[in-house]
Design a protein around this ligand. Structure first.
Ligand code: UTP
Length: 325
């Protein structure tokens, strides 16, 4: 690909999509189906990411895949026989659905032979970049950040303050132990950005005790990284879990004076990486769906009523422990 960086409206040509993880939290489904292909209603996470990358104005989707997860790339193929059959049957809406992913982005596969960590996966994408790319976006396909468009806001912060920009969401303090938490400082008062939504990052703490957490702003799966990240990734040692961690490389850059900021996202976030986040995402998308929404709402209302009755029966059956009487 040789289109100039200047033709990309936010200066981002490549979106890196790490999709080579083992998906252990989704076993047994992920024995044969990559988690990036699990549908949110009817659209797999990888296509939702392609849509977000397309909206950003990027042209290359560098998908990091494992040797046994090539089906992820097949999702972008043309499927001529299927298209022909559907066309012959007049199913034009379905034809559109088959062709959509391939029209959104041109994917480039980068193989990660072994799951050595998110940082390792991102580092491999350097091989597909052009010389004029001074920044890359990373979008994790198991993280939905809605409404789409946060990376555009992150690009505006980079244009003003330089460096790398990450996306943060606010969580209740008692939940911070699940996340990478930002240690932050204020941005200069005279800069032209909303100070309540843009902060400078001075450090990151992985999964802290709530009492020790430096803030309640946690990392999400959207990164706008200066090209220097690849050099930093080469210089770090394996970290937590023996894996090359992207956050360790970002921390190294911060320590060396590289400016890193966050944009605090005010919308929604769904973690598709485990059933506890995936199921609510499906419910949320399903309820908003013009075809399935109304019926789903009735079904969920009935299911909830059933569960309330079950809970009442259960609590009537189990008498209060003597100590509480
Ligand atoms: P996760 O840790 O959420 O994904 O990594 P995982 O490893 O597939 O999940 P579990 O913990 O086993 O259930 C975040 C993203 O980074 C990718 C994953 O595919 C996911 O999109 N990843 C992670 C890689 O591409 N390579 C790796 O070595 C690790």
């Amino acid at each position: 690909m040789n289109s100039s960086i200047s033709t990309h409206r936010h200066g981002v040509k490549t979106v890196i999509v790490p999709a080579a993880g083992m998906g252990t939290r989704f076993l047994p489904a992920t024995k044969t189906v990559p988690k990036e292909l699990l549908p949110v209603v009817d659209t797999p996470g990888i296509e939702l990411i392609a849509e977000e990358a397309n909206a950003l104005g990027a042209t290359r989707l560098a998908v990091i895949v494992a040797p046994n997860k090539q089906e992820v790339m097949r999702h972008f193929e043309q499927f001529p026989n299927l298209v022909e059959t559907l066309t012959a049957r007049g199913k034009f809406e379905q034809v559109e659905k088959v062709q959509r992913a391939g029209k959104l982005m041109t994917p480039v596969a980068v193989e990660q032979a072994r799951p050595l960590g998110l940082g390792h996966a991102v580092g491999l994408a350097e091989s597909v970049l052009d010389d004029d790319e001074d920044v890359v976006a990373v979008m994790l396909p198991d993280d939905l950040v809605l409404p789409m468009g946060v990376v555009e806001k992150m690009a505006a912060v980079r244009a003003e303050l330089g460096g790398s920009v990450l996306c943060a969401v606010e969580v209740p303090r008692d939940e911070v132990f699940n996340y990478g938490v930002f240690d932050i400082a204020e941005i200069p008062a005279d800069c032209d950005l909303p100070a309540e939504r843009v902060k400078r990052v001075v450090g990151m703490v992985e999964k802290p005790d709530p009492a020790d957490a430096p803030s309640t702003l946690v990392a999400t799966g959207r990164y706008l990284l200066d090209r220097g990240i690849f050099d930093a990734l080469r210089r770090i040692e394996p970290g937590k879990g023996g894996e090359i961690q992207l956050t360790d490389a970002i921390e190294l850059m911060i320590r060396e004076g590289h400016p890193v900021h966050i944009v605090v996202h005010e919308g929604k976030r769904h973690d598709l990486g485990n059933p506890a986040g995936y199921i609510p995402a499906c419910v949320d998308f399903g309820l908003s769906h013009p075809t399935y929404g109304p019926g789903l709402k009735r079904a969920i209302t009935a299911i909830l009523a059933e569960h309330v009755v079950d809970d009442e029966i259960e609590s009537a059956r189990s008498p209060e422990p003597a100590a509480l009487r």
